[in-house]
Design a protein around this ligand. Structure first.
Ligand code: NAD
Length: 358
């Protein structure tokens, strides 16, 4: 059955790296029996220039009607002074909200060929393969009351609110348990139930869901501060880490950077089962290197692999793509953001090398 992927290339290096992912899709359709139709739309600054808004209603509708959306990146200095609601980033928030993607998946995966580039010794990260599941649309970044209050007498108070409902916890925990089941069967749930009621509810709900629906998954719990320490002490102890928006933001950034360049890091944002997922490299539009054919396309191509696995029904091809990227690195191909290697190549030549290994 034909699946549809909507490519929203965006701004800066977005179109350059997304072009390489498009070549991978075309190659898979031609040589590997996939049937993925490609749709395109303007997004971010490019959509502001053409239509006056960072994402048009029709594009949101097309995203909701597709099986997966692959974003490039948005933003750039030419739109940085505009009002918040017509900045490129506003398009991203609108799309995430419309798609209701509440679970953010961020792998921290160490490619063997890049193991010497980590700030940790090779023995600690060689073979590292952690999957973070971070709650993405709730918690302290979204809850009210929030703001800065004038307390009088020249004093002020900054306010943010952390709360989670049972439903919010259970829906993201299900994503974590399902992933753990498909991987090595271990889930570590991270909060601070020792000092936060929202963390205590988190622990209780995850424990109850594990006992009722996922008794085959080995569930453990860890306080977030200990998790930060364990990630740099012995990161290979983890398989899937489930956590809230705030702790996930911090811990997944720390873990991801153990494993290499920003140009290597994919992500997925998932909603309810069967709804389209949103896939994107974690890097931005990199205006400093845009238009020079030097950006690393691997994060985009690995985001496509996540889409093949979670939204396009082809986990086999996800693995094929990931192996091709690993093989390309092992054969010494590097874009300028990566050290080592024997062939320094640009964006499209990196795409060529990956396609050759597919
Ligand atoms: P950035 O991620 O764009 O760039 C940070 C640094 O990493 C730069 O030196 C850049 O050259 C380098 N880099 C990034 N991706 C790379 C790649 N694939 N290959 C090689 N080098 C790469 O972050 P920034 O400079 O803070 O932000 C630039 C713009 O991107 C801003 O407008 C920001 O708002 C936007 N942004 C968008 C997203 C998104 O679309 N999701 C995310 C972050 C930032």
């Amino acid at each position: 059955m034909t699946k549809t992927i909507l490519l929203l290339a965006g701004d800066g290096i977005g179109p350059e790296v997304t072009a390489q992912s498009r070549r991978v899709i075309e190659h898979l359709n031609h040589d590997h029996g996939s049937d993925v139709a490609i749709d395109n739309a303007l997004f971010g600054g490019a959509a502001i220039d053409a239509a006056g808004v960072p994402i048009e209603d029709a594009t949101v509708a097309r995203a909701l009607a597709s099986d997966a959306v692959l974003l490039g990146a948005v933003g750039g200095p030419q739109w940085a002074e505009a009002a918040y609601n017509v900045r490129p980033e506003a398009g991203l928030l609108r799309l995430r909200t419309a798609m209701n993607v509440f679970a953010n998946l961020r792998p921290a995966l160490c490619f063997e060929a890049l193991a010497d580039e980590s700030t940790l010794k090779r023995e600690y990260i060689d073979g590292l393969d952690i999957m973070f599941v971070r709650e993405l649309v709730g918690g302290v970044y979204f809850n009210t009351p929030r703001g800065i209050e004038d307390m009088g007498s020249g004093k002020r108070r900054g306010i943010n609110t952390q709360n989670y409902t049972s439903d919010e916890i259970i829906r993201v925990a299900r994503v974590g348990f399902e992933l753990a089941r498909k991987r090595s069967g271990r889930l570590c749930s991270v909060e601070k139930s020792n000092v936060m009621e929202s963390g205590l509810l988190w622990r209780e709900e995850v424990t109850a869901l594990g006992a009722s629906d996922y008794s085959d998954v080995e569930l453990s719990h860890m306080y977030a501060d200990n998790c930060a320490m364990q990630l740099v002490r012995a990161p290979k102890q983890f398989d899937v880490i489930l956590t809230d928006n705030l702790f996930g933001d911090l811990l997944s950034d720390a873990a991801a950077m153990l494993t290499g360049s920003l140009g290597m890091l994919p992500s997925a944002a998932l909603g309810d089962a069967g709804a389209p997922g949103l896939y994107e490299p974690i890097h931005g539009s990199a205006p400093d290197i845009a238009g020079k054919d030097i950006a690393n396309p691997c994060a985009s191509i690995l985001s496509l692999a996540m889409a093949l696995r979670s939204s396009l029904g082809r986990p086999d091809l996800a693995e094929t793509v990931e192996h091709a990227v690993a093989r390309t690195l092992a054969d010494g191909y590097r874009t300028a953001d990566l050290a080592g290697g024997s062939h320094l190549v640009g964006t499209s030549a990196m795409g060529d090398a990956i396609l050759a290994r597919l």
